[in-house]
Design a protein around this ligand. Structure first.
Ligand code: ATP
Length: 574
């Protein structure tokens, strides 16, 4: 029930358009009833050879209803589809905005394919709710009332008969179908989503699958889900066929019964025989209003299943409580005190009571073995997660007091996984500052030392980088990331393994460029590679979430502890 109310709430300002579409829906069926009734009257009367003047009203009526039916149907379809598609557009934007608030912390529990399936498939399924579930019951009631008022002129038995037939067709049959369908609609939506998610996963991992010879195995998994989907679809299609057949059976049986009730009235002289066909065809055509109801129940179940999945994602509590108050972020000293953090209340501490500070313009390196908690610390600085114990202060305020979006504007990030959009190099760099002037853009490109690589491209920085920048090398991608950071011109620079995966020469060249990027900025670098650390003001060595050593490179080497061991291990290997 709650889901239905939320779905109705989404309609918002589209209510008026939906209402107009509903009125046109009634007028369409009303015109159809009028068309068949006047046609029946015309044919029956014509058999008695009256003068053409006596038939002129019926002739005009046939013409009017014939044309109005088409016009009303067009208007009804146009208005309802227009309103629904606008509505779905709003839902997609609303859903994406909600996802942004959940990213990245809370989105990890869902496969990217599952999210894609929800934003594309489930939102698309909701279309049926607004088009085929909401209006039909109301139209059916209005048409029933209108037709009953007409039939009441001739016999109340006809009224009771029509109400009975509408009741069976509009209520009992849908309940029966719902019973036979059980959870199939829910399963169908879930399986369709699973299929989409698996497809997305298979496509993104196609290189790995081919490299490890697992394409056949993946194809089998897809095939299994596809089979399940096919079986469910088959069942649902059979059910909708059965629904239509039963619907027609009820309509035609009702027509027989109307004849059974009205023929004696004509024989007894209580009714003019001309109206016999009028009544039968008017009643028969009124069923157009009730025939979609069994299918509406099916679409209702599907829409509820889709909405449930949508709301489940949207209702997830963000990892970071948004603060709207403090947006005046002043760049200052970063002070970390007794900071402890775990990703969930059940899991172990990933950061355990750590304290350190970074002055404005200082350069800090965070090093340590894999899993020590280095990236976690950055996640907390960027407020992707909020810490539970201890404090992180930026300038005069606790980090948690700042608006997360606003806070991120003072950080420039160059990470190991630079995501590139399927756009031109220029647009990918501009992401950091969409309103940057051409001059600022050129300056960033120049300082990121991209000229040589751009010169080799026929379209320069208008070259498209392809899906996730597949057309670029690792070094070229990192130069784009550096150009982004330069363009953003943020006072605090975060470098998360910026040279990982690069060969020694490219690494050296990139580090040279990064050194220039660091000038005048507070810098925090996370690295496994213990090279070039002599230029850092402070090095923190993390192990299992604790700071085990702290100082400058020369001092740490002299101590001959963990840093010394890691340093030697790496330099011996090199
Ligand atoms: P690496 O150098 O390999 O990147 P790291 O020092 O950066 O490692 P973190 O990525 O901070 O380490 O991870 C620290 C611990 O936290 C690891 O045990 C990891 O499994 C866990 N962890 C990281 N991200 C999450 C997450 N989103 N949910 C739960 N646990 C996580």
């Amino acid at each position: 029930m709650n889901i239905l109310i939320r779905l109705l709430n989404i309609i918002g300002s589209a209510w008026s358009a939906m209402l107009v579409a509903l009125i046109f829906g009634c007028l369409t069926i009303g015109s159809n009833i009028g068309l068949l009734a006047t046609s029946a009257y015309l044919i029956s009367s014509a058999a008695l050879h009256p003068s053409i003047t006596e038939l002129s009203v019926a002739i005009v009526g046939v013409r009017f209803f014939g044309i109005s039916r088409a016009v009303f149907r067009y208007l009804e379809r146009y208005i309802s589809h227009d309103a629904t598609f606008r509505l779905l557009g709003t839902v997609r934007v609303w859903f994406y905005t909600k996802l942004e608030k959940l990213a990245p912390a809370r989105l990890m529990q869902w496969q990217s394919g599952e999210l894609l399936s929800t934003i594309v498939g489930d939102v698309e399924t909701l279309k049926e709710f607004y088009l085929r579930v909401l209006a039909p019951p109301l139209i059916a009631i209005l048409i029933l009332i209108g037709t009953c008022l007409f039939l009441a002129h001739y016999s109340m038995n006809l009224v009771y008969l029509l109400i009975g037939a509408f009741f069976i067709l509009g209520l009992l049959l849908p309940i029966l179908i719902q019973f036979l369908q059980k959870n199939r609609a829910h399963e169908l939506v879930a399986t369709r989503s699973e299929l989409r998610a698996q497809f997305v996963d298979s496509m993104t991992g196609i290189v790995e699958l081919a490299a490890f010879g697992k394409t056949e195995q993946q194809a089998q998994i897809l095939n299994r889900i596809n089979q399940r989907f096919f079986t469910l679809q088959n069942y649902v299609s059979k059910l909708s066929g059965l629904t239509e057949a039963l619907g027609l059976l009820i309509v035609n049986s009702t027509v027989w019964m109307i004849l059974y009730l009205t023929i004696p009235l004509v024989q007894d002289g209580q009714m003019n025989g001309v109206y016999l066909a009028v009544i039968v065809l008017a009643a028969q055509s009124s069923f157009e209003a009730v025939l979609p109801l069994p299918l509406a129940i099916h679409y209702l179940a599907e829409s509820i299943a889709a909405a449930r999945r949508l709301f489940r994602i949207v209702d997830t509590e963000p990892a970071v409580s948004e603060v709207t108050g403090r947006e005046d972020i002043s760049h200052g000293k970063i002070d970390v005190k007794n900071l402890s953090f775990s990703y969930s209340s059940q899991s172990r501490l990933v950061l355990d009571n750590i304290s350190f500070s970074i002055d404005v313009g200082q350069r800090l390196a965070i090093v340590g073995p894999s899993g020590a908690g280095k990236s976690t610390l950055l996640h907390l600085f960027l407020r992707f997660w909020d810490y539970q114990q201890g404090s992180i202060r930026l300038g005069d305020h606790e980090l948690k007091e700042y608006n997360a979006q606003q806070l991120r504007t003072i950080f420039g990030v160059v990470s190991q996984q630079t995501h590139l959009f399927n756009a031109s190099i220029r647009d990918n760099i501009r992401l950091a500052k969409p309103d940057a002037s051409e001059e600022q853009l050129n300056q960033a490109i120049e300082h990121a030392e991209m000229d040589a690589f751009l010169a080799g491209l026929p379209q320069g920085y208008d070259t498209m980088v392809g899906q996730n920048g597949y057309a670029l090398s690792g070094g070229e991608r990192q130069r784009i990331a550096i150009a982004r950071a330069l363009l953003k011109n943020a006072p605090i620079l975060i470098l998360d393994e910026p040279t990982v995966g690069l060969d020694a020469l490219t690494e050296q060249l990139i580090m040279e460029t990064i050194k220039k990027l660091m000038v005048g900025r507070t810098t925090i670098i996370i690295t496994h590679r213990l090279t070039g650390l002599e230029m850092m003001d402070e090095i923190i060595v993390l192990e299992s979430g604790r700071i085990v050593e702290q100082g400058q490179q020369s001092g740490l080497l002299a101590k001959q502890q963990l840093f010394y061991q890691l340093w030697h291990l790496q330099h011996d290997v090199l």
